[in-house]
Design a protein around this ligand. Sequence first.
Ligand SMILES: NC(=O)c1ccc[n+]([C@@H]2O[C@H](COP(=O)([O-])OP(=O)(O)OC[C@H]3O[C@@H](n4cnc5c(N)ncnc54)[C@H](O)[C@@H]3O)[C@@H](O)[C@H]2O)c1
Length: 251
Amino acid sequence: MSALLKDKVAVVTGAAQGIGEFIARAFCHEGASVFMGDRDACRLQATAQELMDQGYVVDSQSFDVTDRQHVKEAMAAAKERFGRIDVLVNNAGAYPRRHFLEMSDRDWDQMVDINLNGTFNCTRAVAPILVEQKQGAIINIGSVTFFLGMANLTHYVAAKGGVVGFTRSLARDLGSHNIRVNCISPGAVATESEKNFGTPEEIAAAVLPLQSLKRRIVPADIARVAVFLASDLAAGMTGQTLNVDGGWVMY
Ligand SMILES: NC(=O)c1ccc[n+]([C@@H]2O[C@H](COP(=O)([O-])OP(=O)(O)OC[C@H]3O[C@@H](n4cnc5c(N)ncnc54)[C@H](O)[C@@H]3O)[C@@H](O)[C@H]2O)c1
């Protein structure tokens, strides 16, 4: 174990699997206590138990980021359990494909609700705690699809664009309270949920020619950047969006 996040308490949403699970693992590895949240109670329990079995300091609670009351209760439980919260990672998200012309109102509302309102709900519940502590770091998970535009994902990409704008504006609102707000925009990351887009071979064939690095980006790549943004190494950074996409988008 190294100690970039020693004595820090982090809340990670969508932590049962994929990128969120790897962020929780990496934070534990760096010495943080981690409160893991996810709507998938079974899988969350299994992932949290695995980390506890490895001797890490972890607690978990199942909640849906779209449920404001439940989010409030979960964040209060995290504070109660660990006595403070230093870092919030708004990672919970979903990206089912739907062509715009086939999109129902419900499809649109659900994507905005999970990917954008969920980020707002968790942030609003945690921000007063960070303000009271006079320090903190919020890390939002965006997507490079916002910079690229992506067919069949208008609902998702619009919501992730909102996350980037939210990050920048919130950084301005909270900077005077010594709270940093940054965003990671992953590229095409090899997780279970990418099966909506094809087989691993099909996805590799589609994305590797577009990336500068000729290997798939994996959840651990995102987790390492999350550790950096959560740590004092990034003490001078706020309002920024870092693309972790193997050199696909370059702005
Ligand atoms: N995998 C990629 O290529 C990629 C690319 C860009 C951005 N992202 C973003 O990274 C984040 C994680 O993606 P992933 O690939 O690990 O996905 P994933 O589907 O593997 O994991 C997402 C987790 O979030 C949970 N979740 C979903 N909706 C929730 C809700 N309403 N409340 C609580 N938990 C909820 C799921 O149960 C799941 O455990 C998402 O925000 C996603 O949009 C992923």
